[in-house]
Design a protein around this ligand. Structure first.
Ligand code: RIB
Length: 300
C-alpha cells in the first residue's frame, strides 16, 4: 500500500439553488441529488484514480454502505473502515447558479473514532504516507503515532476549527490548504505571504496553496511553483480541492517533481468542476493525461 488515508465519509445532499439561503429566508431548491462525499472519501478516490494503492480508514453508520462500495469499486482497500452505532456523517450542500457551493456538515460516525483503534490501524498499516483532513476526531494521536512510525504525513486542515492550532503541526511533512485555511494557520491573506509564513513556522514542510480560479502555489525549502488554473465551464466546485489534493499527493509521494504534480492536479481539478457532485466528478488518470496531452503537455 502506498498511502493510508484516515478520513471522513459523508453522504452529500446537494441542493441546486439560485443563491445561497440568507438568514431568515425560506428558499425553494430546484433539485436534490444524493452523492458520495466527505473530504476523506473524495481524496481516497482521487488518489486511487491517479494510480496509487490506497487504504481508507474511518467510520460509517449502518446507513453508509454505498460509501464503502464506491471506494472498493475504485480499488481502495476498506478493511480499516469500521461500522459504528452513530449515523453516517452527512453534508448539506447548496450549489448556486455559478457552480459555487456552501457546505453544512454533520460529523456523525466521523467523529466517533476510538483513539486506541486509530493508533492500532496506523501501526498495522504498511503505508509510507498518512493523509489526514480535519473532519474526524483523534487527529493528535494519529499524527503522533504516524510520526513515531516514521511515516510521512500530509494534512489538509479543512474545515478550519479552533482546535487546529493545538495539533502537533510541526510533525506534518506536507500541508494542503486553500486561502481560508492558509489564513487561519498563518494570519496572512496574500498567497506569497501565506507561503512565507508557512516556511517560517514549519521550515521542514512543503505547502500547497490552492486559490480556485486564481491558480495554486507550491513551496518548500528549495522550490516555489505557481500553477495557473486551467479554464473550464464550472458546473459544481464541490470536491475540486479534494481532487487537487489526491492528484498532487499521488505524484509527490512517488517523487515526481512539484511542477509536474501541480500541473496534473490542476488539470484533474478543472475536469472535476465541470461535472456535478464530489466523489462522482473525480476523473480517472487516463482522462487527465488525455486532457494534458491535448494542451501540449506531457503526461506523468
Ligand atoms: O470537499 C467537499 C466535501 O466536503 C463534500 O463531499 C462534503 O461531504 C464535505 O466533506
Amino acid at each position: 500500500m502506498d498511502i493510508l488515508n484516515f478520513g471522513s465519509l459523508n453522504l452529500d445532499l446537494v441542493y441546486a439553488v439560485d443563491h445561497f439561503v440568507r438568514a431568515g429566508e425560506t428558499l425553494s431548491s430546484d433539485s436534490l441529488t444524493y452523492f458520495c462525499g466527505g473530504k476523506g472519501l473524495n481524496q481516497s478516490l482521487a488518489l486511487a484514480r491517479a494510480g496509487l494503492t490506497v487504504s481508507h480508514a474511518g467510520c460509517i453508520g449502518a446507513d453508509g454502505k454505498r460509501l464503502t462500495a464506491l471506494l472498493r469499486q475504485a480499488g481502495v482497500d476498506t478493511a480499516f473502515v469500521q461500522t459504528v452505532s452513530q449515523p453516517t456523517g452527512h453534508a448539506i450542500i447548496q450549489v448556486d447558479r455559478t457552480g459555487q457551493n456552501c457546505i453544512l456538515l454533520f460529523g456523525g460516525a466521523n467523529r466517533s473514532i476510538d483513539e486506541d483503534w486509530a493508533r492500532q490501524v496506523i501501526c498495522d498499516s504498511d503505508g509510507g504516507w498518512l493523509l489526514l483532513q480535519n473532519e474526524i476526531n483523534g487527529l493528535q494521536p494519529m499524527i503522533e503515532t504516524a510520526h513515531d512510525r516514521n511515516m510521512r504525513i500530509a494534512f489538509n486542515p479543512s474545515p478550519v476549527t479552533p482546535e487546529l492550532r493545538s495539533l502537533p503541526l510541526q510533525l506534518i511533512d506536507c500541508f494542503l490548504v486553500n486561502e481560508i485555511e492558509g489564513e487561519a494557520l498563518t494570519g496572512k491573506s496574500q498567497p506569497e505571504a501565506i507561503l512565507n509564513a508557512f516556511q517560517m513556522l514549519y521550515p521542514a514542510a512543503a505547502v500547497v496553496l490552492t486559490c480556485g480560479s486564481g491558480g495554486a502555489y507550491f513551496a518548500d525549502a528549495q522550490t516555489r511553483v505557481y500553477q495557473p488554473a486551467f479554464e473550464t465551464r464550472v458546473v459544481d466546485t464541490t470536491g475540486a480541492g479534494d481532487t487537487f489534493t489526491g492528484y498532487f499527493l499521488a505524484g509527490y509521494s512517488r517523487g515526481v517533481s512539484p511542477a509536474v504534480c501541480m500541473r496534473t492536479a490542476a488539470m484533474a481539478a478543472s475536469i472535476a468542476v465541470s461535472s456535478p457532485g464530489a466523489g462522482d466528478s473525480i476523473p480517472r488518470q487516463e482522462r487527465v493525461e488525455q486532457a494534458l496531452r491535448a494542451m501540449g503537455h506531457s503526461a506523468v
